[in-house]
Design a protein around this ligand. Sequence first.
Ligand code: HEC
Length: 247
Amino acid sequence: MNKYTKILSLLLLAILIMPAARADFALKSVQIDTANKAALRNGAAFFMTYCMACHSVRAERFSDMSKVLGLPLDEIQKNFNSTSLKVHDAIVSPMSPADAVHWFGLAPPDLSAIIKMKGANWVYTYLTSFYLDPTRATGVNNAVFHNVAMPDVLWQLQGLQAPMYKEVSRNGQQVKVLSGLKQVTSGTLSPAAFDKAMRDVVTFLYWANHPHQAEREHIGLWVMAFMALFIIVAYLLKHEYWRAVRH
Ligand code: HEC
C-alpha cells in the first residue's frame, strides 16, 4: 500500500463510520411547505421575536418577505421589524460580535445557509432537543449538538427536558448514550403548539435559504411547456424536409 492509497482508505473509513457515530439520537422529520403563507408568516414573526437578538439572516432583506407573504412594505416594517433597520435592509441582528464573544464565547452563526448545510430535519430536531445538563455554564446541552454554546432560549415556551440514557456495547465496551428526552416541567405552550411553532420557524428559515425556489419551479413549468412545443415543431419540420428528399 503506498502513501496515497493509505490516505484514501483512511478517508473512506472515516466516511463509513461517520453516520454510525452520529446515529445515536435519531433526527425527527419535519414536513416543510413554503407555499403555506400562514406558517411562513408565523415563522418569520417567531424568528424576529426569539432568534434575531442573536442571529442574522443576511441573505434576505425585510422587504423580500413582502413579495412572498403578499404584504405591503409598511406592514412588513410594522409587523416584523422592531429594530431601527429600514425595510430594505438585510436581516441583521443588533448584537455586536464583540458582545457575542463575551457572552457565548463565539458569535452566533448567520442562518442564511443553515438548512442547506444541515437540513430541515436537523434544525427542527435541534430546536426541540435542548435538555438539562448541570455541567454546562448555560445549564443545558443539546441532543444533536453536543456542548452547544446556545442557551435554551425557548425553555419557557417548551418547558424543561431531562435526558434519558441507555447502555450499548461499542467496540466491546458498555457505554452510556443518550436515548431520548422527557419533559419535566410544562411550558406556556402545549407540546403540539410548541412543535408547530418550531415547524413554522424552520419553514421561515427554509424559505430564507431557498428564496427563489417557488420562482424556479414556476419557470420550470414554462420550460417544460416550451420543450413540448419545440418537439412538435421539430417533428413537423423533419417531416417536411424528408418529404422534399423523398420526392
Ligand atoms: C441568546 C442568543 C441566541 C438566541 C436568542 C438564539 N440563538 Fe441560536 N445560537 C446561539 C449561539 C451562541 C450558537 C452557536 C452554538 C455553538 O456553536 O456552540 C447558536 C447556534 C444555533 C444553531 C446551530 C448553527 C450551526 O451552525 O450548527 C441554530 C440552527 C440556531 N442557533 C437557531 C436558532 C433559532 C431558530 C433561534 C430562535 C428560536 C435561536 N437560534 C436563538 C445563540 C442564540
